[in-house]
Design a protein around this ligand. Structure first.
Ligand code: HEC
Ligand code: HEC
Length: 342
């Protein structure tokens, strides 16, 4: 009996010591996996792989993917969606700002094009409420695809055996007068298939081992520091408008050479000055440089700036590193092509 009591008290002391270790280690995960999952699920959410497209959409998706890589869709015959949104590179080109048709420099950084179905707003200042509208704007933008006239677009398609074959399978009957609408429909349908679930989705679904303790601590900080009221939903953003620079102006921190009015550029309403869509953070570890003007090179710096200007907090290097470890789990671990996302 005495032995049992002794044995139990040793276990008790051992447990207490373990408890104390976690109290004194500021970076140990303090909440259980279950609590962390519940809290994460209440703000964020899983992305589901695009199911095998139904038969009537298979040809449309194939056409869309082909058109995404087609320079003939641009005003100078040399630029494609793929020139900036590289399919093999998370849908971005890693430049601060990109050159479109005739070498014209765009005003903003190229965002990734995955998970578009999980966004309620498209583009940096959230100008477009539907993906179809965003795609038409991308085709028409004078600094991107350059607005190819409908008749030139039709000729380009008819002159390509592959494109006209794919077009006729996707749209039985004639190519319509509204060829731009059909092209937009194919591109939109292709983009909707680009979804890349990661280990983070496995964690949200209940697999506690899907994340390392370091990544879990980063998630815990991401939740507790107050990033999630803004970066919410399955795309970890892309749902709301917020001022970029709530406590302080952004440009002294990002080193931006000019100030972008954001939403106010469209609404002309002074209260929308510097208001942007909260950036979606899926794939963010692979989409440097950061922010709407690509002014910040590293994710560590971007996270620290967010703490400072959005939350009025000085995140420590350790906190930043942990948050960044978590943000890495929003990208697949292996190299991939966006076209394999489905
Ligand atoms: C010259 C580079 C360039 C080309 C070419 C280009 N884009 Fe973009 N794309 C951008 C930039 C820059 C933005 C952000 C624009 C903004 O916020 O003002 C963007 C935004 C987008 C978005 C919104 C992403 C989001 O998260 O909201 C989609 C979708 C998109 N482009 C699809 C396309 C498609 C489809 C094509 C081809 C028809 C295309 N783009 C051609 C640079 C480019
Ligand atoms: C008040 C809302 C708000 C809060 C809080 C907030 N963010 Fe942001 N975040 C934004 C907005 C808006 C942008 C887009 C900025 C721009 O347009 O350049 C953004 C952009 C980012 C980017 C750059 C994404 C890219 O693709 O370039 C990262 C990384 C980021 N946030 C991480 C965080 C982290 C980590 C936290 C918590 C420490 C946080 N944010 C807190 C609103 C917020």
């Amino acid at each position: 009996m005495r032995f049992i009591v002794l044995f139990l008290s040793i276990i008790f002391i051992a447990c207490q010591q373990e408890e104390m270790v976690s109290i004194h280690d500021p970076l140990a995960v303090t909440v259980s996996d279950r609590d962390l999952m519940d809290k994460a699920n209440s703000y964020l959410g899983v992305v589901e792989p695009y199911p095998q497209p139904p038969a009537e959409l298979v040809d449309l998706v194939e056409l869309g993917e082909r058109l995404f890589r087609e320079p003939g869709l641009s005003g100078d015959g040399k630029t494609s969606c793929q020139s900036c949104h590289r399919i093999e590179s998370a849908g971005v080109d890693h430049l601060s700002r990109s050159r479109g048709v005739f070498g014209r420099m765009g005003a903003r950084n190229t965002p990734p094009i995955a998970h578009q179905s999980y966004l309620t707003r498209h583009s940096w200042e959230g100008k477009h409420t539907t993906l179809a509208a965003q795609v038409q704007a991308s085709l028409a933008n004078p600094n991107e695809m350059g607005g190819l006239p409908a008749n030139t677009m039709m000729d380009m398609i008819l002159q390509s055996d592959t494109l006209s074959r794919l077009f006729h399978s996707a749209f039985p009957g004639e190519i319509s007068e509204d060829v731009q609408v059909q092209v937009g429909q194919a591109l939109t349908t292709f983009l909707q298939t680009v979804v890349l679930p990661t280990r983070f989705d496995a964690f949200l679904k209940g697999d506690g081992d899907a994340l390392t303790s370091r990544e879990k601590k980063g998630l815990d900080l991401f939740l507790s520091k107050g990033c999630v009221p803004c970066h919410s939903g399955p795309a970890v953003g892309g749902q709301q408008f917020q001022r970029f620079g709530i406590f302080r102006d952004y440009e002294p921190f990002t080193g931006s050479d000019s100030v972008d009015k954001g939403l106010a550029g469209i609404t002309k309403n002074p209260s929308d000055d510097r208001v942007f869509r909260v950036a979606p953070l899926r794939l963010v570890s692979q989409t440097a440089p950061y922010f709407h003007d690509g002014s910040v090179e590293t994710l560590e710096e971007a996270v620290w700036i967010m703490g400072k200007i959005q939350l009025n907090q000085n995140l420590t290097d350790e906190e930043v590193d942990h948050i960044v470890s978590f943000l890495h789990t929003l990208s697949p671990d292996t190299t991939y092509s966006l076209a394999e996302g489905r």
